[in-house]
Design a binder for this molecule. Structure first.
Ligand code: NAD
Ligand code: MG
Length: 398
């Protein structure tokens, strides 16, 4: 029986994780849930799952939750703030932590799980983008087992030999005969839109992803392909990959979730319906296979596979992220923070769609990119980039 803490329990990945747990009640026990501010949703999850602990990032949401639980005589203990989230991520009685908080807010809770040697199911790519080598080193030092949940990285993971799967963060791709990791992406809702029309894209248009149902931030990132850029950085760390070992290719059908090319010319791909329950179940049960509740893939329905090269004019954020990847930790942390601010402003109708890339690029250009040496340094870079982004956003605000 695996004992779970789910960070980001009220979100899209959180719901899919709970769906896999519900499908396999003999295999998974939910010990703790954590989320940001939606106390009503958390209350409903507590009614259904009766976890021992529930943590809310927002202090006021924690108070609301505690009152609702008391009124309904549910014994779940409520914790609050970042300390509360770190506490439930580090519980002795928990062996597996789903890291699915969105954005930089997930870094410290996820690190708390790493530092207590848990099995980490990593959906929160921003945490790895921000801390890179520090995150990988901490996993090794504390004996945490890192398993990728992001569908592309989970696909690559599944396409690698078993001994490499057990060396996330420090594997030797070339030694395993791998020549390239082929990171696929759908290209988002605007892959065929005239580039001149992108400035008029609204939040509603951007979050209507053709293939995947996801939270708002990652949906906008998919539309700008910043998501693929963050995933490129994520892949660099997870698979210890060099520049010449990674490529991005657009595959609009989202049936192939990524591929690994070997030096003998073989390409191994992982396929399936675009449903996050598949990679989540794969990571939760690893190395076993469990029912994820996902329908089998019917190739006669899929019809055709197509592929195209990403166009950096259409997707400037992808280029920014790929360049930041080779600039270093300061650049990736800064870009991630600027992007979170720009996406939030776009979703709030304070910024145009194509301004996201402009803000990101400008914040990077202004930033002091001295490499951080510890997590405090990373958090400071994140803070400064947010201030710079905020100032620029106010200037161009609609
Ligand atoms: P979402 O917006 O649906 O859910 C986000 C979760 O994080 C919610 O539970 C929310 O309460 C919590 N949260 C937000 N701010 C918080 C804070 N300050 N402190 C604590 N908790 C906070 O997002 P999602 O789509 O589930 O994505 C979660 C993560 O998984 C992201 O990093 C995303 O990139 C990654 N991911 C998602 C998908 C997907 O299909 N949804 C796929 C791959 C990777
Ligand atoms: Mg992905």
């Amino acid at each position: 029986m695996r004992k779970l803490t789910i960070l980001g329990a009220t979100g899209s990945i959180g719901s899919s994780t709970l769906a896999v747990a519900a499908q396999n009640p003999d295999l998974f026990e939910v010990v703790a849930l954590a989320a940001g501010s939606n106390s009503q949703k958390m209350f409903e999850l507590c009614q259904q799952w009766q976890p021992k602990y529930a943590a809310m990032a927002s202090e006021s949401a924690a108070l609301e939750l505690a009152a609702m639980l008391k009124q309904h005589q549910i014994a779940t203990e409520v914790l609050a703030g970042e300390a509360g989230m770190c506490h439930v991520a580090a519980l002795d009685e928990v062996d597996t932590v789903m890291a699915a908080i969105v954005g930089a807010a997930g870094l410290l809770p996820t690190m708390a799980a790493v530092k207590t040697g848990k099995r980490i199911l990593l959906a929160n790519k921003e945490a790895l983008v921000m801390s890179g080598q520090m995150f990988i080193d901490a996993c090794r030092e504390y004996g945490a087992e890192l398993l990728p949940v992001d569908s592309e990285h989970n696909a690559i993971f599944q396409s690698l030999p078993a001994d490499v799967q057990r060396q996330m963060g420090y594997c030797d791709l070339a030694g395993a005969g791998v020549s390239k990791i082929l990171l696929t992406g759908s290209g988002g809702p605007f892959r065929y839109t005239d580039v001149a029309e992108l400035a008029a894209v609204t939040p509603a248009m951007a979050i209507a992803h053709p293939n995947w149902s996801m939270g708002p931030k990652i949906s906008v990132d998919s539309a700008t392909m910043m998501n693929k850029g963050l995933e490129y950085i994520e892949a660099r760390w997870l698979f210890n990959a060099a520049r010449e070992q990674m490529d991005v290719i657009i595959h609009p059908q989202s049936v192939i979730h990524s591929m690994v090319q070997y030096k003998d010319g073989s390409v191994i791909a992982q396929m399936g319906l675009p449903d996050m329950r598949t990679p989540i179940a794969c990571a939760m049960a690893y190395p076993e296979r469990v029912d994820a509740g996902v329908a089998p893939l019917d190739f006669s329905q899929v019809g055709e596979f197509t592929f195209l090269k990403p166009d950096f004019n259409r997707y400037p954020c992808l280029k920014l992220a790929m360049d930041a990847c080779y600039s270093g930790q300061a650049a990736t942390t800064t870009l991630n923070a600027a992007n979170e601010m720009a996406v939030a402003a776009f979703l709030d109708h304070r910024l145009g769609f194509t301004d996201i890339a402009r803000i990101n690029s400008e914040v990077l250009a202004q930033a002091n990119l001295t490499e951080p040496t510890d997590l405090a340094g990373v958090l400071e870079l994140d803070r400064l980039a947010r201030i710079a982004a905020q100032t620029l956003i106010q200037k161009v605000s609609l």
